[in-house]
Design a protein around this ligand. Structure first.
Ligand SMILES: [Zn+2]
Ligand SMILES: [Zn+2]
Length: 146
């Protein structure tokens, strides 16, 4: 574990820009129906980070929130539609950053497939990663505290 890591990200149009200090939490691929619809593709890759470690450089006040499940909010750029992060009432202080919008290397590999039971019929190859029909225990509750 190294200190001083800084990750940078932005939405497609550049309206929303941010920096994340410290390590990203472990991640996998989520194939749930909500993630498929929100992303428009087979799965999402999201990493938990402490909100205090995220600094918005622009566009934070424009971000729109959609409550996709009770108490869970998908937050996106209203101009280009890029998903930025998810937040939830039951995990204050933590947001789930969408890794596809990072401009800097993630520096880690995905650990598992979650919600394989809801996956698109056109995606079949787990690529050697463990597959979970719903929640992936290896991904739950692991948030770096730095
Ligand atoms: Zn945008
Ligand atoms: Zn999902």
């Amino acid at each position: 574990m190294t200190s001083g890591d800084v990750h940078r990200g932005s939405c497609l149009c550049g309206n929303v820009r941010f920096e994340i200090e410290g390590k990203l939490g472990p991640f996998g691929f989520c194939h749930c129906t909500s993630c498929r619809k929100a992303s428009g593709t087979a799965f999402t890759a999201n990493s938990s980070v402490q909100r205090v470690n995220v600094r918005f450089l622009s566009g934070e006040e424009t971000i729109k929130r959609y409550e996709s499940s009770p108490g869970k909010y998908r937050c996106f750029c209203p101009n280009c539609g890029s998903p930025i992060y998810k937040e939830a009432d039951d995990t204050p202080g933590v947001i789930r950053i969408r890794l596809g919008i990072l401009d800097t290397p993630v520096g880690a590999k995905p650990l598992a497939h979650a919600f394989w039971g809801e996956k698109a019929d056109w995606y079949d190859d787990p690529g050697g990663m463990p597959v979970y029909e719903a929640w992936a225990p290896v991904l739950k509750g692991k948030v770096k505290e730095e």
